[in-house]
Design a protein around this ligand. Structure first.
Ligand SMILES: NC(=O)C1=CN([C@@H]2O[C@H](COP(=O)(O)OP(=O)(O)OC[C@H]3O[C@@H](n4cnc5c(N)ncnc54)[C@H](O)[C@@H]3O)[C@@H](O)[C@H]2O)[C@@H](O)CC1
Ligand SMILES: [K+]
Length: 523
């Protein structure tokens, strides 16, 4: 799904109103109806208080986000709730649509009160509410919160009553996810037309709660034509390559994994098992000779072969030609899981990258081999090269995270070096050389364990081998990996789940997607 900037949203609203003649108040009421619907369902989930209807407090700013809140107050009244709507801002600053919503609220017997944080009656009333609607600021927020808006945010955050935010949690900057001063901790955010970067990135991603996207009557073509190069993968976007009835194993990829060293036998095994579980046709695994018997014992469905090793139990230079031949007869290769860090191994990896013309995924020690030698990527321009670092590996590659803006950092690295970069972590970012990027929405802290990255590498390998393009396969693999993690968390909990449990759940995750099978487009 596309992610819009604040500027793109303003342009969409403008075009809908000025060019298509849609009343701005209609858009506002549609937005408010979606917010009110969410607030009713949140309130109804709370225990009933016999003898009185459910209560809502709507905190409204003076701008159009506030207008959404004032209109939502009216819809909540119409739904039979007891509602107080408060204006947190100056009356003379109210936009014309916000005023219009106040008139419509008054016509129904409601009112827009001034915000009186020191009034004990108001505070007590709020403590008995079933839901709070946060409509202080939306995409117009541009300076840090102070004064009354800051007090209102703090009140919402300390009351322990569920909060539904209109468009975005107030205090979160829509384009970056930065917190300006302080921000509402929403339980649910109802955004309009398209999600914004601030719903996913940085601290904003943590303040958003459950995100829903409401259609508010902006003509679909305006939404579809909005030129965005930032996306989130959502359930509806996920699909699988078709498996033709007359297919054979060669149709689903000849995949090669190079990894392992003494002390790191598990990493290539996890990657190979994940690839097999993600639909790979043929998976070969090259490991240093000393660990080959162990790896061979663990892998039934993949084909492990021994490679010349040095005294340290890591690959030796002698292995290079044998690996190169293997890589060149494969469709796609994963290099790195458990390879170990040593000068010899690193120079083998760099030689392979310069010489092989096969698509390569570099993970773990495969990435470390580029430390101080990032120019190797230059030799691979035009050949699919995917790097999957976590923050530490990214920094070692020369990536810059000092601004705290992971999206910008990933984008500029991918553009500069002509590779696909998967910056792993909470809300993994996948960036492509053309500047486009995806943010992932699945996954949980139970996946923060050694071995999870090996599983991801195996899934990317399998999807590429089945004919998906890099652009299709990588964001999808990241999503599936996180979804498997979410299933584990649901079933066995975040503490005890292991990377092996992710692999076990992959078939179920893929089964969920089986209704969505597509012919693959041109590569
Ligand atoms: N027709 C439209 O344009 C629609 C707009 N909608 C709503 O309108 C919102 C955007 O409305 P606005 O552009 O009026 O902006 P907001 O309502 O987000 O903010 C209002 C104004 O507050 C001021 N401001 C910024 N930071 C501040 C701070 N820290 N302290 C005090 N004041 C501050 C700015 O001047 C800003 O214009 C959207 O997020 C959405 O909720 C929806 O009703 C759908 C239709
Ligand atoms: K808001």
């Amino acid at each position: 799904m596309k992610i819009a900037t604040a500027q793109q949203m303003r342009e969409m609203d403008r075009a809908a109103i000025q060019e298509r003649g849609i009343a701005s108040t209609l858009l506002m009421e549609n937005a408010a109806r979606a917010v009110a619907r969410a607030a009713v369902s949140v309130a109804e989930a709370r225990p009933e208080r016999p003898g009185r209807p459910r209560r809502a407090v709507c905190f409204c700013g003076a701008g159009n986000n506030g207008g959404d809140g004032v209109a939502a107050a009216r819809f909540l009244m119409e739904a039979g709730m007891e509602v107080r709507a408060v204006l947190v801002g100056r009356r003379e600053k109210m936009t014309s649509d916000c005023r219009e919503m106040e008139r419509r609220l008054e016509a129904k017997g409601g009112s827009l009160e001034d915000f009186t944080p020191d009034d004990p009656d108001f505070a007590c009333w709020c403590l008995e509410a079933d839901v709070m609607v946060d409509a202080l600021f939306g995409i117009g927020l541009n300076t840090p919160l102070r004064g009354d808006p800051l007090m209102a945010v703090q009140m919402m955050n300390t009351c322990d009553i569920p909060v539904v935010s209109a468009d975005i949690a107030s205090g979160v900057e829509a384009d970056t996810g930065r917190i300006l001063g302080d921000a509402v901790q929403a339980d649910v955010t109802v955004t309009f037309s398209l999600p914004k970067a601030g719903h996913f990135l940085g601290e904003g991603g943590l303040r958003t709660g459950r995100l829903t996207v409401a259609e508010i009557g902006i003509p679909l073509d305006l939404v579809l034509w909005t030129e965005s190069n930032f996306y989130s993968v959502c359930e509806n976007d996920v699909y699988l390559p078709r498996r033709e009835r007359d297919a054979y194993k060669g149709n689903f990829g000849r995949d090669y994994i190079l990894g392992g060293s003494v002390g790191y036998t598990g990493a290539p095994v996890l990657a190979a098992r994940a690839a097999v579980r993600a639909g790979a046709g043929l998976v070969s695994v090259g490991v240093p000779e000393p660990i080959w018997p162990v790896v061979a014992m663990k892998l039934d469905e993949a084909m492990p072969s021994p490679l010349p090793a040095g005294k340290t139990g890591m690959l030796s230079l002698e292995a290079t030609e044998q690996i190169l031949a293997r890589m060149n007869s494969s469709d796609v290769c994963l290099i790195g899981p458990g390879l170990g860090r040593g000068n010899g191994v690193a120079s083998v990896v760099r030689h392979l990258l310069r010489s092989a013309h096969t698509a390569v995924i570099l993970d773990a020690d495969g990435i470390n081999a580029l430390e101080g030698h990032i120019d190797v990527l230059e030799a691979r321009r035009g050949v699919v090269t995917i790097l999957t670092p976590h923050d530490g590996e990214f920094l070692r590659l020369g990536g810059d995270l000092s601004s705290g803006d992971r999206l910008a950092a990933a984008r500029s690295f991918a553009q500069e070096h002509g590779c696909c970069l998967v910056l792993k972590g909470h809300r993994t970012i996948t960036a492509f050389p053309d500047g486009s990027a995806y943010v992932n929405t699945t996954g949980n802290p139970g996946m923060a364990k050694g071995g999870s990255g090996d599983v991801l590498g195996g899934i990317i390998l399998a999807l590429l081998g089945q004919g998906m393009s890099c652009r299709e396969a990588v964001p999808m693999a990241v999503w599936l990996h996180g979804r498997a993690g979410d299933l584990c968390a649901e079933e066995i909990g975040e503490y005890g789940m292991t990377p092996g449990d992710l692999i076990e759940r992959l078939p179920r995750v893929l089964r969920e997607c089986e209704g969505k099978i597509r012919e693959l487009g041109p590569q």
